[in-house]
Design a protein around this ligand. Structure first.
Ligand SMILES: O=c1ccn([C@H]2C[C@H](O)[C@@H](COP(=O)(O)OP(=O)(O)OP(=O)(O)O)O2)c(=O)[nH]1
Ligand SMILES: [Mg+2]
Length: 148
């Protein structure tokens, strides 16, 4: 496969390994691995296990992002979105869901609750400076360019 990085994984869940749903999907959907369903009350948050343990190659991270369908239909999001899975993490991948709706939401075993995008990252070294270069933007931000 082109443009593919092989990642070691231990799957202790009851479910098949996550997979891409379409040919160019950026993320693989992660399934809840639960003994019993979990009910999230409005504004409640909970850590949902996936049963997955991964070994990312150095220079890669996995981002745990919400699914737009769950967000739109049920107000289900991720508190620490996007969650960061470090390349040196060997624990279980967990998903910190929050219910932003005004109704209870039940999460059942095997439900696709989030998506995982693997990305390369850069680490930096600081060069302490007296001044930074001039730019057209300067310190403008927070809507400084207007809305139209
Ligand atoms: O949604 C997430 C976010 C993180 N993690 C795991 C993998 C990550 O490598 C580790 C630490 O995450 P993070 O650095 O975001 O949390 P922290 O609060 O800074 O904890 P630590 O002090 O352990 O770094 O927890 C998850 O399983 N799911
Ligand atoms: Mg940390």
């Amino acid at each position: 496969m082109q443009n593919t990085t092989v990642v070691n994984v231990i799957n202790q869940s009851k479910h098949a390994l996550p997979s891409y749903q379409t040919i160019h999907s950026a993320g693989m959907d992660l399934r809840a691995n639960l003994e019993t369903p979990v009910v999230l009350k409005p504004l409640q948050r909970t850590l949902i296990p996936t049963g997955l343990f991964i070994e990312l190659p150095e220079g890669h991270e996995a981002q745990i992002r919400p699914r737009s369908g769950l967000a739109y239909k049920h107000g289900i999001s991720i508190v620490n979105s996007p969650g960061t899975i470090d390349a040196d993490y060997r624990g279980e991948i967990k998903v910190l869901l929050v219910n932003l709706s005004d109704e209870d939401f039940e999460i059942v075993d095997g439900e696709r609750i989030a998506q995982m995008v693997v990305a390369k990252y850069k680490r930096i070294a600081w060069a302490e400076a007296e001044a930074l270069s001039d730019t057209e933007r300067g310190a403008g931000g927070y809507g400084s360019t207007g809305t139209k």
